[in-house]
Ligand binder design. Structure first.
Ligand SMILES: [Fe+2]
Length: 459
């Protein structure tokens, strides 16, 4: 008896159940195939992509760019725009290009050109970068943070231009306007495809990306396709400082006196004994830089377009962060934690030991005096110690803003405003300014380190 005859011989209810189940299997298979094709196709972008800078180190810089057709390009570079004596030739023709320049001098401006042997694709004098200072050097550092930046629209470019205008009004003699650009994830809406990265990230920020190395944090929208880790070169092997993580999902890097820790809160296990937290413990124990800043996509505290008190929001990742990651960061004396995901701006007071929902926040979890001077919030903490105060900033509104109650008690400032954050770290002071889309200052604050060591415990 053939299979078809066997099915026909079944009692009618069983036969209908069989047809129903078979239909579900066929639909699931079609969906799976469609999704696989979509993810695969979403990995590609077949156009030109202007140069961007990755994995800065005192003696090295990675240049990435893309060409419409396979080309075997040449990078020429040097310390004067009209004299580029050094050259790196690519070994093979490709559309996606990656060249790491090595043997560079720390804290030095280099100009570069990209092209073939006899043409220049990029390389007027506006193409330059500055290498970081030696690790630990007590040099002033300035970096910008764009939160959830990848939704292309006129407001995104207005935020960008407001930030650039503020930087132009606050020049640093002898230094570039910015040393680094960070994001807080969701760099390409809605689904992190390579084409969306071009439209939502590389096109609008191309004038910044040619000069300023970018550290793109991995957001949940980036994770919907596989383009993110193809597009970016990230330091699995401590190319920019810290302890090697062995993965591009999480890593550390240094810039002068600042140690940055980048975590993946989207796809990596946040369990206490998971590889990411085991690596984090090692990295924090080895760190000797006086400033410690952590960056990841999901916010530990937010009452914005996400709610960190809701265990079902974002798969409970905000709970896991508070319970498992924050104790490690605060134990190591973290100064600042940056995140996005909630499309607004929220910035906390100086906190420690607040690992529960917002109703568990007590006065003893607030650290340091909070002064307000000339509309600037000023906080103080001992230069060394554990659980002596961390500022938490949620910046997810650099390309759009959503609604939310904005009443988390940990926050000193909560605003449904579009904007970007710019930080400066110099000596014993970290200074932050939230530049709103209209160019006005929405929040300004400073964290001062005073001499001494205080080790608090959360018990
Ligand atoms: Fe997100």
């Amino acid at each position: 008896m053939t299979l078809i005859n066997r099915i026909r011989s079944l009692p009618r209810p069983v036969r209908w159940l069989f047809y129903f189940m078979a239909g579900i299997v066929v639909l699931a298979a079609l969906y799976g195939v469609g999704r696989a094709v979509d993810v695969y196709l979403g990995s590609f972008y077949t156009g030109d992509r202007a140069p961007y800078l990755q994995m800065p180190a005192p003696d090295a810089m990675t240049l990435r760019w893309q060409t419409r057709t396979a080309e075997r390009d040449v990078v020429r570079y040097g310390m004067r725009p009209d004299y580029l004596p050094q050259q790196v030739d690519e070994h093979a023709a490709a559309e996606e290009h990656e060249v790491r320049l090595t043997g560079l001098r720390p804290g030095t401006r280099y100009y570069y050109q990209i092209g073939t042997d006899d043409t220049r694709r990029y390389g007027d004098p506006s193409y330059w970068f500055v290498t970081p200072p030696p690790s630990g050097a007590p040099i002033a550092v300035r970096f910008a943070v764009l939160g959830d930046p990848g939704y292309p629209n006129p407001d995104q470019t207005r935020v960008r231009d407001a930030m650039l205008a503020w930087l132009a009004q606050h020049p640093r003699p002898g230094r570039p306007p910015l040393d680094l650009l960070l994001t807080t994830g969701d760099n390409a809406y809605r689904s992190g495809s390579n084409e969306q990265f071009q439209a939502g990230f590389f096109s609008p920020y191309r004038m910044i990306l040619r000069n300023v190395p970018v550290w793109p944090i991995y957001g949940n929208h980036d994770a919907r396709r596989r383009a993110f880790f193809n597009i970016f070169s990230l330091p699995a092997h401590a190319e920019s400082g810290g302890i090697p993580s062995g993965t591009e999902h999480y890593y550390a890097f240094d810039y002068g006196p600042v140690h940055f820790v980048v975590l993946d809160t989207v796809a990596s296990d946040l369990g206490r004994d998971a590889p990411m937290l085991r690596w984090l413990k090692q990295d924090l124990a080895a760190n000797r830089q006086p400033w410690l800043i952590a960056v990841f996509h999901h916010p530990p505290y937010t009452h914005g377009s996400h709610n960190s008190d809701n265990r079902r929001d974002s798969g409970g990742r905000m709970f896991a962060l508070r319970e498992n990651v924050l104790p490690l960061l605060e134990q190591a004396g973290a100064d600042l934690v940056l995140s996005g995901h909630s499309h607004m701006y929220e910035r906390s007071t100086l906190l420690a030991c607040h690992y529960g929902t917002s109703d568990s926040l007590t006065a003893s979890m607030r650290r340091g005096p909070e002064l307000e001077r000339d509309r600037q919030f000023i906080y103080q903490k001992p230069a060394r110690g554990a659980h002596n105060g961390t500022l938490y900033a949620v910046i997810g509104s650099s390309s759009k803003v959503d609604q939310g109650p904005l009443d988390h008690p940990a926050m000193a400032v909560s605003e449904a405003e579009m904007g970007a954050l710019v930080f400066s770290v110099q000596g014993q002071k970290l200074h932050g300014v939230f530049i709103k889309v209209d160019g006005s200052v929405g929040d300004e604050f400073a964290l001062l380190k005073v001499p001494g060591e205080t080790v608090f415990s959360c018990d």
